[in-house]
Design a protein. Structure first.
Ligand code: ZN
Length: 475
């Protein structure tokens, strides 16, 4: 890293720190103040995009932009549309697709394109790689939101015994979850980064040696570590466990609580918007960071759904990325907004429930013989599997031919019981939703391989993609 780069990084982080103090003051806003701020920020980003981005200029042709249109007046966008038109979407015409690809291929550490842009990409689970560019101002907001997340979880810098934070995730500058610690470490905390793809024995010995105050793992990794602690093979006492990047299921949360006597903090973000929401110490749901992003929970026809109801998708507007505007951008994760605000008094609305990805819904024939299908949320499968405490880890794949459960169950007697009872339990849960249960097959494995391609993340429940998934490897 050059001195110039290190200086730039320190300037960005100092600016992010001051920005985070402004963000913190917004905790005291009323809901009306917050929504007014969001409306204004929405108008500003829309006007900017319509002016500076050739794509949005065309996309919004015929719509009166100057007065600040209502969100519902603007056509939606999605990943395919924005990637197919990437060069027209970005507001700096020097950024060609070729150049972005080359930069990503050669990226090391926290390297900047033109000394200005951080370029990150999605792991490509949907089969379509997304490339997202942040200028330095936008990245300061990302870092300020990281500080806000830490503040929500009660993590504050401390001297002289600095707080020891252990993150467990990916190690690739292309991925946003690695990039934030790479650009945000100027010594406020003692930080150790471990890889989710490492063998569990290695994670256990590193954690035992480091003795973290805070761990930031994927929830599935947190559950594995919690089991090691409960089995007496690990002895650490973190104050805070804050999970991210995957769905935190009730069983994973229960294990964390059992192992360390603390309730896990959860966080939800995307490459397109690294901090969509995070929970506070009340754990009443994830607070949406509505001053930096706008979330519209909608159905298949992009109509808003009432609070408390799971949408099949949502529309994200990133309110601060001016280099690659993302406006009413379709995300197929299923969320439900809570009807009420959190008792902590913050004005930020809450996500009451997360139901996984709409693509991963199970579409099953109706049991009453009528035409059509019943859609079953993947959480139903998770809840059935997690009712069996002998299951150490699992992955589920499904397609038209049935549901395949891959289970890590160390105990032979547990395997026998689960083999008998789980298909019946899941079948009856599915039937209770009015659907015909599909064939259910079980496979017992010693462990599930974590693919480095997917940053070591595990899809707990996923629709099977492609012809033949590799055995022992999540799709
Ligand atoms: Zn709260």
């Amino acid at each position: 890293m050059t001195l110039q780069h290190a200086f730039g990084q320190a300037v960005d982080l100092a600016a992010a720190y001051f920005l985070s103090r402004r963000f913190k003051a917004r905790d005291g806003w009323t809901r009306e103040q917050l929504l007014a701020h969001q409306r204004d920020a929405f108008k500003v980003i829309v006007r900017h995009a319509a002016h500076a981005s050739p794509f949005y200029r065309t996309h919004y042709r015929g719509i009166e932009i100057a007065d600040g249109p209502e969100p519902s007046q603007l056509p939606v966008t999605n990943k395919r549309l924005l990637m197919d038109n990437l060069e027209a979407v970005v507001t700096d015409q020097r950024l060609s697709r070729d150049m972005l690809d080359r930069h990503l291929a050669g990226a090391t550490g926290d390297s900047l394109l033109f000394g200005e842009y951080r370029v990150v990409a999605t792991a490509g689970t949907s089969g379509l790689r997304g490339i997202f560019v942040y200028d330095r101002a936008a990245w300061r907001t990302v870092l300020a939101n990281t500080l806000r997340w830490q503040h929500f979880a009660g993590i504050a810098p401390r001297w002289p015994n600095r707080v020891r934070i252990c993150s467990i995730g990916a190690d690739n500058p292309m991925h946003v979850t690695s990039r934030i610690p790479m650009s945000g470490d100027i010594g406020l905390f003692q930080i150790r980064h471990l890889l989710a793809t490492d063998p569990i024995e290695h994670l256990v010995s590193s954690l035992a040696e480091f003795q973290p105050d805070v761990i930031l793992p994927y929830p599935s990794v947190a559950a594995l570590i919690a089991r090691e602690q409960l089995a007496g093979r690990l002895s650490i006492s973190p104050r805070v466990v804050a999970t991210h990047s995957e769905l935190l299921t009730p069983e994973m949360a229960r294990l964390i609580e059992q192992a360390w006597g603390i309730e896990a903090f959860n966080h939800y973000g995307l490459t397109e918007e690294p901090h969509v929401g995070a929970d506070c110490t009340r754990h009443a749901g994830l607070h949406l960071f509505e001053d930096t992003a706008m979330i519209e929970v909608v159905d298949d026809e992009y109509r808003p759904v009432p609070d408390g109801t799971l949408g099949t998708r949502y529309l994200l507007t990133n309110l601060y990325n001016r280099i690659q505007p993302l406006i009413r951008y379709e995300v197929t994760d299923m969320l439900a907004r809570a009807p009420a605000l959190c008792a902590c008094g913050r004005p930020f609305g809450l996500i009451a429930a997360m139901g996984g990805r709409a693509e991963d819904l199970l579409h099953l024939p109706r049991a009453d013989g009528q035409r059509g299908e019943v859609s079953v949320t993947p959480m139903l499968v998770s809840l059935a599997v997690e009712a069996f405490l002998g299951v150490r880890e699992y992955a589920v794949e499904h397609d038209a031919s049935g549901i395949r459960l891959r289970l890590v169950v160390p105990d032979a007697e547990d395997r026998r019981k689960i083999g008998q009872a789980l298909p019946a339990r899941l079948g009856s849960d599915i039937a209770s939703h009015g659907a015909v249960p599909p064939p259910i097959t079980l496979e017992f494995l010693d462990g599930l391989a974590r693919s480095t391609q997917r940053m070591g993340k595990l899809s707990v429940v996923a629709r099977r993609r492609g012809a033949s998934p590799q055995p022992g490897c999540p799709a």
